[in-house]
Design a binder for this molecule. Structure first.
Ligand code: OAD
Ligand code: ZN
Length: 312
């Protein structure tokens, strides 16, 4: 992407903010680090630098759907570290809310799964959670859905949460005489009790277990929510007049492609500690994002609120 000539300085950024009416804010883990939630790729503090003990060939495998299906305990051994807990939010979340209050927020595309935008009062209709969130969880076997809090206790304890709906079916089944004889459907027909007892090949028989409850976050190998592409391409692309990307390394597709998909004449601002080279932003405001947005608001004459300590 080639830079637009007219936008260079922080005051240009302030002018853009004041004049814009339809801002896309694209966020990543960097906007929550000031709340004590680690990002993923920062060298010593990021989650991925702390996963060597798991013995994965690539730490991103903790969010790989194939690995999860094979062994969900790997994900649940770290899930407690990224679980949203207290109702706090950073100045940067407050900044997104402020854009909403001023009627300027078109959409906040967030890659974050911490749901903290909601703590700041950003309305659900203004947010696309590109990588899902912990707000709900779904059984991998029967697709039973529960509210996220229903499994937070298990997650915090480092356990693999199991599906209650599956468990009820299994328990009801076990009361029936034929329950014991259920076998893998791939093996087709039924064997009678005698064969079951005689069989030395125990693997032939499925011991019924409840499905695992998987938080509805988008793992590598899973599709993003439909709303992501639908809203971006068929709605926002026509309307957007300013793009602000905050606290993301833009290393994960397809979100990383968003700046390149938007019309070339729309100015783009990048706010983060670390510059990115692969996308040409018009204005790079490098530093702590809370400090940067506070300064932008100060210069714009806007009153920025935040709650670094829990709201309730
Ligand atoms: P990354 O960890 O890749 O990038 C976070 C960026 O924010 C880095 O550039 C940091 O330098 C910067 N940063 C950290 N703290 C900051 C602060 N206080 N102020 C300003 N900048 C700060 O995280 P994401 O880009 O969000 O996906 O990662 C994208 C996706 O990769 C995640 O959604 C996750 C991960 O794998 C899934 O889990 C599916
Ligand atoms: Zn189930």
């Amino acid at each position: 992407r080639r830079k637009l000539p007219d936008y260079n300085t922080i005051d240009d950024a302030v002018r853009l903010l004041r004049e814009s009416k339809n801002v896309i804010v694209l966020t990543g883990a960097g906007i929550s680090t000031s709340l004590g939630i680690p990002d993923f790729r920062s060298k010593d503090t990021g989650l991925y630098s702390k996963l060597e003990h798991l013995g994965l060939s690539d730490p991103q495998e903790v969010f790989d759907i194939h690995v999860f299906r094979e062994d969900p305990s790997i994900f649940f051994s770290i899930a407690k570290d990224i679980l949203p807990t207290e109702k706090k939010y950073s100045p940067t979340h407050g900044f997104i809310k402020l854009l909403q209050d001023k009627g300027k927020l078109l959409t906040n595309y967030t890659q974050n799964i911490d749901n903290i935008e909601a703590n700041a009062g950003v309305l659900p209709e203004n947010i696309v959670q590109c990588h899902g969130s912990f707000a709900t969880a779904t059984c991998v076997k029967c697709e039973h859905k529960v509210s996220g809090d229903a499994i937070f206790g298990e997650i915090k304890a480092g356990n693999v949460p199991e599906c209650n709906a599956c468990r009820q079916i299994i328990e009801a089944d076990a009361l029936k005489p034929q329950g014991l004889k259920r076998k893998r459907s791939s093996n087709g027909g039924q064997k009678d009790r005698k064969e079951f007892e005689d069989s030395s090949d125990e693997e032939d028989y499925e011991i019924p277990t409840p499905g695992v409850m998987k938080p509805d976050i988008t793992f590598f190998g899973e599709d993003l929510p439909d709303e992501f592409g639908r809203r971006l391409i068929h709605h926002d692309r026509e309307l957007v007049d300013l793009v602000i990307v905050i606290g993301t390394s833009l290393k994960v597709a397809p979100v990383a492609e968003v700046p390149g998909i938007l019309p070339r004449d729309i100015p783009q601002i990048y706010i983060s500690r670390t510059p990115v080279s692969h996308t040409g932003f018009d204005i790079d405001l490098l530093g702590d994002c809370d400090v940067v947005v506070s300064e932008l608001c100060r210069r714009a004459g806007w009153d920025l609120k935040h709650h670094m300590i829990p709201v309730d």
